[in-house]
Design a binder for this molecule. Structure first.
Ligand SMILES: [Zn+2]
Length: 268
């Protein structure tokens, strides 16, 4: 599933392509036909991301809410738009560009009240300037759940996914099983700041890199990582390989149905 940095990149891209323009909206597949009819011809005012949720705000206070889930995918390009092929849930066209969405978990029109409801159930997003990490910490400090599960809980931290959760815990030297209530204020502040910095870098680069400069392929004179997600990481999907810091084999386990990766030496 795309992590928050991908959704923030999409929000920025869609703002560049369409903000301030009246747009044509259609649902070639038909599953979003009623919503598309509501939005068709309106001006797209602005876009924003909140965790893994993408919002397109339209004139007249309607908001298009999209959650990509596991299979959702956007495509865009210069007009004219290609004829829709297959299951295109949403097709949008502005003055010069088109946008296409397939396979999302959510694609719906929300009014301001429902947007507020959505935001209220989401936690703090490290990529947003209005984030309040103290609110997330209050939830963490009151919980006996493992910090790994809390980082992935979208009602605590919005936008953090599997790769960032595994990697930020490695970088902090924290065992993923550490209960939330054992995380002190300073430890949380450092975790949050590191997560924020890593995710901001992800927005710029369009991929997740989490290794310090001393552990890049160039610095270590090793071959770059080969993995479909791309970036250079310490533990994510590196089961059995040598830890880049201490050489211990990276471990894998499952927690709350998610894959957990850690170095038994660096994260005792
Ligand atoms: Zn290690």
């Amino acid at each position: 599933m795309p992590e928050g940095h991908t959704i923030h990149r999409l929000a920025a891209r869609h703002r560049t392509l369409f903000a301030g323009q009246p747009v044509r909206v259609a649902s070639p597949q038909g599953r979003f036909a009623a919503g598309a009819a509501l939005l068709d011809g309106r001006t797209l005012i602005d876009t924003e991301a909140y965790g893994k949720h993408l919002l397109h705000h339209f004139a007249d206070e309607s908001t298009l809410h999209i959650h990509l889930g596991l299979y959702g995918k956007f495509a865009d390009g210069d007009l004219p738009a290609p004829p829709p092929v297959g299951e295109v849930r949403l097709q949008l066209a502005g003055e010069r560009h088109w946008l296409e969405l397939r396979g999302p978990t959510a694609c719906e029109v929300l009014d301001p009240v429902l947007v507020a409801v959505l935001r209220a159930r989401l936690g703090q997003d490290p990529l947003r300037d209005d984030a309040q990490p103290g609110l997330a910490y209050a939830r963490v400090a009151a919980s006996g759940k493992p910090v790994f599960a809390l980082l992935l809980d979208q009602t605590v931290v919005a936008g953090c996914g599997l790769i960032y959760a595994n990697e930020v815990l490695f970088r902090a030297g924290l065992a993923p099983t550490t209960p939330g209530r054992a995380i002190g204020t300073q430890c949380w502040d450092e975790l949050w700041e590191d997560l924020r910095a890593l995710m901001k870098e992800g927005v710029v680069r369009g991929r997740i890199d989490t290794v310090h400069s001393a552990h890049t392929p160039e610095a270590m004179q090793r071959a770059p990582r080969v993995d479909r997600h791309g970036g250079e990481v310490y533990v994510y999907r590196r089961t059995g390989q040598a830890c880049l810091v201490c050489g211990t084999a990276v471990s894998r386990g499952a927690m709350a149905g998610r894959n957990l990766y850690w170095c038994p030496s660096c994260q005792p």
